[in-house]
Design a protein around this ligand. Structure first.
Ligand code: SF4
Length: 359
């Protein structure tokens, strides 16, 4: 059963993508290239697009990076978010250069006239601002009040930045409350969801390498998503960012929150196995990664428990001696020779995906 997702957040438009409100959770990632290296950055963004990334963020640490924004923007197809720390001139340049959203904390910009300049520029272009609270860099007055980073402190920091924007009549806001401590992040997002009506951008920071970081992110963001919280998300990994997108998609599928991706069900194998299941499962997983329909495909090592165990699968294959049994919703539809069973399964997958889009 799909969980009920929070639908009462304010919808915010980022380029041609809506975040919040009734919209699905949007997947983001961030480039690892030097932003001023346009070729490398665009090449990485294209790979992210292909993997299913819906919004991409680039760091803007200096003028060279800000100068590259117009050219990057021209050559990519998904909305571009520009990440700026403190420097309002870089923010203005990024907005002018075509950023679809900027990530900057208004409380860190400095004097009011600078904040106003950034907010007015964002308003004029109709682009949102993400406030990025990070447990590791809370404001000094908040740390003094709470003694150390707490969920209440993080929410207070977010509200402090939100108020600065609201006082300037700016409401296209997205908020993140990242922490590398999973329990702290969960508590912060839960508390934020009670008092903040802007879309929440989920993240567990510095979560680690592909394997450990995926588990940590899935544990943290899974707990938050399971409560219906979160309008957009980025998995942060010390890895190729394409992996971040793949992990995010997998996580959303787990909760029935991705209507544009197919899911693989495969058995863990045991002594009853009749086919080279691990190889087949990997091949089928790769094949369905480009299918944009929410279908379920099963690959099972044997027919003893197989089809019955994978009753929810739209199509599946179970190994039998020298052959495969194709089944739909637990019912065997035909036998196929072992040599061609993966190809047969792929054909059936395509057929079911087509049927889905014809509905
Ligand atoms: Fe074992 Fe068959 Fe179950 Fe796979 S489907 S775990 S091979 S009993």
């Amino acid at each position: 059963m799909a969980l009920t997702h929070r639908k009462d957040t304010r919808p915010v438009k980022i380029g041609n993508v809506m975040v919040g409100g009734k919209n699905e959770v949007v997947i983001q990632s961030m480039t690892t290239t030097k932003t001023h290296d346009v070729e490398a950055t665009v090449e990485e963004i294209k790979r992210l697009e292909d993997a299913g990334c819906q919004i991409v963020r680039v760091a803007c640490p200096d003028e060279r990076a800000a100068n590259a924004i117009p050219e990057i923007k021209k050559r990519i197809n998904i909305p571009l978010v520009v990440d700026i720390h403190f420097n309002y001139k870089l923010a203005l340049k990024a907005i002018e250069g075509g950023a679809d959203k900027i990530r900057i904390n208004p409380g860190n910009i400095g004097k009011r006239d600078k904040v106003e300049a950034v907010v007015n520029a964002a308003k004029a272009k109709g682009i949102p601002i993400r406030i990025g609270v990070n447990a590791g860099s809370l404001e000094r007055h908040i740390l003094e009040k709470y003694g150390y980073p707490t969920a209440d402190g993080m929410v207070e920091s977010a509200l402090h930045h939100i108020k600065i924007l609201e006082d300037l009549d700016f409401h296209d806001i997205v908020v993140s409350l990242k922490a590398s401590d999973v329990s702290l992040a969960i508590e912060a997002y839960e508390k934020a969801a009670e008092v903040i009506s802007y879309p929440l951008h989920l993240g567990i920071t510095e979560s680690g390498t592909l394997f450990a970081g995926s588990i940590k992110s899935a544990a943290g963001m899974g707990a938050i998503l399971s409560k219906g919280i979160g309008s957009t998300m980025r998995i942060s990994l010390s890895a190729d960012p394409v992996q971040e997108v793949k992990v995010a998609r997998e996580l959303l599928k787990t909760f029935g929150l991705a209507s544009n991706a197919a899911t693989l069900i495969s058995c863990p194998t045991c002594g009853r196995i009749e086919i080279d299941l691990i190889k087949i499962a990997n091949e089928v997983e790769e094949y369905i990664s480009t299918i944009k329909a929410p279908i379920k495909v099963a690959v099972l090592g044997c027919a003893v428990n197989g089809p019955g165990e994978a009753r929810e699968a739209d199509i599946g294959i179970a190994g039998a001696r020298g052959e495969g049994l194709l089944f739909r919703h637990g019912e065997i539809i035909r036998k196929v020779p072992e040599e061609t069973m993966v190809e047969e399964l792929k054909k059936e997958v395509d057929k079911i995906a087509e049927e889905y889009f014809e509905k």
